[in-house]
Design a protein around this ligand. Structure first.
Ligand code: SF4
Ligand code: SF4
Length: 246
């Protein structure tokens, strides 16, 4: 589902008026805090987020990160087009100091990252990336580079709960169901459960900035980049992004 800027503003208004953001925060607060070196290494991967989390983060960036707008727009558009061909890209919210720019409102998947066992973590990742790779192979004949195929997100052994044990998948799922219940105040279950709506911030956001043309042109940008290590088409989209205001 592609949200326009007007729809996002309407969503923010509705969520503010009806305490939806507050309810989202209450669900987040159920996830026990973790002790972590905050080195940023795990932020090479991009967490998938729901539409409600997208609106929540959009609002935060609009209101609190004005000086970072240009950088965030640039990184999101670059990630959108090159995520399957350039393994060096990180989450757009990872700052130069390796800290998260949106730490206070970081999404569910970032909060539960350290609560999964290694097996649970790897199972989640494998499902997402290989589906995308297979789709591109089938539809566009694009050969995904080996570094991307072999990329494994970093599982951190260091992160531990401040108190008690890790949540594990069963408890994570039960808190996730509470998140879905909050989302249902704004979206139908069908929309929430649609995998196309459960995607990283950079995908939601590039759909908002560029619209449906982004998805149509992605294979061309990828091919151009794989051949020349740069893409003129991508430069055009980045220019368009420069005009965007949150
Ligand atoms: S969870 Fe681990 S890898 Fe991620 S920031 Fe914390 S210490 Fe670094
Ligand atoms: S949102 Fe923050 S914590 Fe989550 S991956 Fe991005 S930089 Fe890391």
């Amino acid at each position: 589902m592609h949200l326009t800027k007007i729809e996002i503003y309407n969503g923010i208004g509705f969520a503010d008026e009806n305490q939806v953001f507050k309810a989202l925060e209450e669900v987040y607060n159920e996830i026990p805090s973790l002790k972590c070196g905050r080195c940023g290494q795990c932020c090479a991967d991009n967490p998938r987020i729901s539409l409600l989390e997208y609106i929540n983060i959009y609002k935060y960036v609009r209101d609190s990160l004005k000086f970072h707008w240009a950088e965030i727009v640039d990184k999101c558009i670059t990630n959108y087009f090159l995520d399957l061909v350039e393994p060096s890209l990180n989450c757009p919210f990872l700052g130069e100091d390796n800290q998260c720019m949106i730490y206070q409102i970081r999404p569910f998947n970032c909060r539960v990252f350290g609560h999964k066992s290694k097996e649970e973590f790897e199972m989640d990742f494998t499902k997402g990336i290989f589906e995308q790779v297979k789709n591109y192979w089938r539809q566009h004949g694009i050969i995904i580079p080996d570094e991307v195929m072999k990329f494994k997100p970093y599982y951190c052994e260091e992160v531990q709960p401040l108190q008690g044990k890790k949540l594990g998948l069963k408890n994570i799922t039960s808190i996730m169901n509470k998140l879905i219940a909050v989302e249902r105040r704004m979206f139908s279950l069908e929309i929430i459960m649609d995998n196309d709506n459960y995607i990283p911030f950079y995908k939601h956001f590039t759909d908002t900035v560029i619209g449906l043309r982004a998805n149509k042109k992605k294979p061309d940008v990828m091919k151009e980049y794989l051949e020349n290590k740069q893409s003129d088409l991508l430069k055009e989209f980045l220019e368009k992004g420069k005009k965007f205001e949150f």
